[in-house]
Write a protein that binds this ligand. Structure first.
Ligand code: HEM
Length: 418
């Protein structure tokens, strides 16, 4: 019996309301198969079962398939955002990502109307070309690089710093803190990265807010002005709320773009015919990005059952954790023919996959993320002829809140100097 095998193997947690036939031994974080090919593991581990329980990582449900993943994202009255990670983090709540409607909407409004306003996004787009040129200037002439450190991390860091009005001189620190937080080699390194970013942002927000409130700064930008002027229930935001919002932007806006961009570039290095097609037809790039986000979904999002309930015939108890992985939404063979194949000509399906989530928490950075990915591919692909994975290197992946490459060593041809 699966239950007995698992109980003997790692004493995983299976609560009494979970029937044996719904238990599967799936470890979305540490399964050894993930290092080689996380998407094959995610797509096949479920064996077509839409809802099942895994005893790994403290025990939780996993939902699988395009329709159900989207439904769980949307149905906040059943599935709460009260726990944002598996296993649950020993940290304070994150605003607004760990709140449910209607509380969530009060903060979300400040974010969507001010921090991600069209004019804020326009100024980022104007800034982006300069950052890309600077990174390309350092990277392209060498003919090889480790792409994550050279481009995929510094680009979103620079843009998120700009969005928030943080000093560009701290870019290197933020790159390092982001690397430690999401890809630290140990729990200690992960917590150290978090503490350093948290400490810096806490001091910075307090100082800048005080200066702005005293009317001592001229142009404070959309992020700080949202923190200073934003109101919840007719009161100003507290310092803790401002701090939490700033940590969220850093946490949500950097590693996601880094991961998604490196998966896109590794695909281009492994499938030169796809790279060549996009070089010849750059107008296909926006569609290609949607397809690459479907095939290489990265976000492992958590929900928690808000009450005891029967959901699609399965008994869940209040407090049960539920993993909603966008990879499992995008690789549904019943919706996407040959789902593991990247096909830029795929017809838009009626049932859309959800790389940016759905419902109240849908990613407010989606437009910015798509713009960054499109601009980067347009600039990089023609400038990296014969793009390939560096000779002798093997790719390996890790899975946590995002599915990421550990390194992406690339090589390309550099035209001989005239
Ligand atoms: C390819 C890149 C990205 C992907 C795949 C992605 C994915 C997601 C997903 C799936 C969610 C939903 C979380 C949930 O339902 O609980 C989300 C939320 C969020 N994302 Fe993104 N994201 C990306 C880029 C960005 C960027 C560039 C920013 C900001 C600069 C950003 C800011 C946020 C914020 C603030 C939230 C929380 C929204 C809320 O709780 O209301 N994301 N993202």
């Amino acid at each position: 019996m699966v239950t007995e095998q698992l109980a003997a193997k790692d004493a995983g947690f299976i609560p009494p309301h979970v029937p044996d036939h719904l238990v599967k031994d799936i470890d979305f974080r540490y399964a050894p198969e993930i290092a080689q090919d996380p998407w094959t593991y995610f797509a096949s581990a479920t064996e077509g079962e839409p809802i099942f329980w895994t005893p790994r990582n403290g025990g939780h449900w996993i939902v699988s398939g395009t329709e159900i993943v989207e439904e769980v994202f949307r149905k906040h009255e059943l599935f709460s955002n009260g726990v944002v990670m598996i296993p649950p983090p020993p940290r304070p709540q994150s605003i607004p990502s760990s709140l449910d409607p209607p509380e969530h909407g009060k903060y979300r409004k400040i974010m969507s109307q001010r921090m991600f306003s069209p004019s804020a996004l326009r100024s980022i787009e104007e800034h982006m070309d300069g950052v890309i040129e600077e990174l390309c200037g350092k990277m392209l002439p060498g003919g090889e690089c480790e792409f994550i450190d050279a481009f995929a991390r510094p680009l979103p860091v620079a843009l998120v710093l700009k969005l928030m009005g943080l000093p560009p001189a701290r870019q290197q620190d933020f790159c390092e803190w982001s690397r430690m937080m999401f890809h630290g080699q140990s729990v200690e390194e992960h917590l150290d990265g978090y503490k350093q970013a948290f400490g810096f942002l806490g001091d910075w927000v307090a100082e800048e807010r005080a200066t702005a409130q005293a009317g001592a700064s001229d142009d404070i930008g959309p992020f700080l002005s949202a923190l200073v002027e934003g109101r919840v229930d007719d009161r100003p935001l507290t310092l803790d709320e401002c701090h939490s919002l700033s940590m969220l932007l850093l946490g949500a806006g950097v590693d996601t773009v880094t991961s998604q961009m490196s998966h896109a570039m590794q695909h281009m290095a492994l499938y030169p015919q796809d790279a060549q097609r996009l070089i010849s037809h750059p107008e296909l790039i926006p569609k290609a990005i949607e397809e690459l986000m479907r095939r290489y979904g990265i976000a492992n999002i958590t929900r928690v059952a808000g009450k005891d309930m029967e959901y699609r015939g399965v008994s869940m108890k209040k407090g049960d954790l539920v993993l909603c992985a966008t990879a499992m939404g995008g690789l549904d063979d019943s919706v996407f023919d040959s789902a593991m194949t990247v096909d830029f000509d795929r017809q838009p399906s009626k049932t859309r996959h959800t790389p940016f989530g759905a419902g109240p928490h849908i990613c407010p950075g989606a437009y910015l993320a798509r713009t960054i990915l499109r601009t980067a591919l347009e600039r990089l692909l023609p400038a990296m002829p014969n793009l390939r994975i560096a000779a002798g290197e093997e790719l390996s992946y890790v899975s946590g809140i995002t599915i990421s490459l550990t390194r992406l060593p690339l090589q390309w041809d550099v035209p001989a100097a005239e």
